[in-house]
Design a protein around this ligand. Structure first.
Ligand code: OFO
Length: 183
């Protein structure tokens, strides 16, 4: 059984992960209209990753005999000044998510909920990667500056990102991730 406090906190995190998916899909639509095809692909992959993050939490609550409670998702921003300012917002958002994951870990520790602590470790590691990805893209976009040819090439490079998580979660994300060999 999962403690009520932890169940509530994880339900809150499901909403944050789904908002992340919503935000990245919104950013993808802006990039698509701006002609940044590679960045669009990168963000759509990120959208799917965020849905996977939400579904991992969903399945954890169910496995622990808890109740999933979905609430309204906030409206994401849909207009950005440039690719650089958009990725700066990605980083700010991921820092916010990291803080939220850390708070869940703190709760697991104070509640002596070892199962949740072990489960949350996956997200702690994932957040290191999320922030690193955003940071690297920001650094590169800063170097590119106003150089349109360089932006064209970098956009192509970002478009090589492929989806390594399932987009159909109906069979349960853990089993599909196992089959796909993903973390
Ligand atoms: Fe779920 O890691 Fe990004 O938000």
């Amino acid at each position: 059984m999962i403690a009520k406090k932890m169940e509530e906190a994880i339900n809150g995190q499901i909403n944050k992960e789904m908002f992340s998916a919503y935000l990245y899909l919104s950013m993808a639509s802006w990039a698509e209209v701006a002609g940044l095809k590679g960045i669009t692909t990168w963000l759509k992959v990120q959208y799917h990753e965020e849905m996977m993050h939400a579904m991992k939490f969903y399945e954890y609550i169910i496995r622990k005999g808890g109740t999933v409670k979905l609430v309204k998702i906030e409206t994401p921003e849909n207009s950005f000044d440039s690719a650089l300012s958009m990725f700066e917002k990605v980083l700010t958002h991921e820092e916010f998510v990291t803080k939220s994951i850390n708070e869940l870990v703190d709760l697991a520790i104070t509640e002596k909920d070892h199962a949740s602590k072990v489960f949350l470790d996956w997200y702690v590691n994932e957040q290191v990667e999320e922030e690193q990805n955003a940071n690297e893209i920001i650094q590169t976009l800063k170097m590119i500056g106003e150089n349109k040819a360089a932006l064209y090439l970098y956009d192509k490079e970002l478009g090589a990102r492929t989806l390594t998580v399932p987009s159909d979660f109906s069979l349960g994300v853990e089993s599909q991730l196992g089959a796909a060999g993903a973390p």
